[in-house]
Design a protein around this ligand. Structure first.
Ligand code: FE2
Ligand code: FE2
Length: 183
């Protein structure tokens, strides 16, 4: 964890005012957006895997996959999303939440994680049951579970990236502090 600390609201407003008065070069603006871009590349991987599993839940055999192989792909979405959220909540959000309320425990982004985990647990339970008893697998049921999960997952992934964009970070951090960010 870096030495970046919480600051008073007056100081934060002063930082935001200084940032707003500066004319940033193209390369500085891309530095400001670097964290959001990095996060978005992780999220794109989740979006693609989600889309793949949802699209082929009923016709996975057309891809030449056995049910077991398809379910292993579906389970990897669960495992990787869980890991991603744990890393965010342990290493990234505590840093950001020193100044950005939307990343604080119990606030917007952790609440979205919590909400999503209900859907993720249903999703993984369904896959585990199908792995144990393949005859219980019904692609349309998996899709229904995914529709519900996606209704929380997709908006969260967009909202988190928006919170990490330069336009948002400039309200809270000085340019030089970006170097100390844990991602
Ligand atoms: Fe994320
Ligand atoms: Fe997240």
């Amino acid at each position: 964890m870096s030495a970046i600390a919480a600051i008073s609201n007056e100081k934060r407003q002063a930082i935001a005012a200084i940032n707003a008065s500066k004319i940033w070069s193209r390369s500085e603006l891309s530095d400001w957006d670097r964290i959001a871009d990095h996060m978005d590349s992780f999220h794109n991987h989740f979006r693609q895997t989600f889309e793949h599993v949802y699209r082929h839940a009923e016709d996975y055999r057309m891809l030449g996959l056995s049910l077991n192989s398809f379910l292993a792909q579906a389970m990897s979405l669960y495992t990787h999303l869980n890991m991603h959220h744990s890393i965010e909540e342990r290493f990234i959000f505590p840093h950001l939440s020193q100044r950005m309320p939307q990343f604080a425990h119990g606030e917007q982004h952790t609440r979205e994680h919590q909400e999503m985990h209900k859907g993720l647990e249903r999703y993984s339970a369904y896959i585990k049951t199908a792995q144990q008893t393949p005859s219980k697998y019904d692609g349309s049921e998996l899709r229904a579970i995914m529709s519900e999960l996606g209704s929380v997952l997709m908006p969260h992934m967009d909202a988190e990236v928006t919170s990490l964009k330069g336009a948002s970070l400039r309200q809270y951090w000085a340019f030089d502090e970006l170097k100390s960010f844990p991602m």
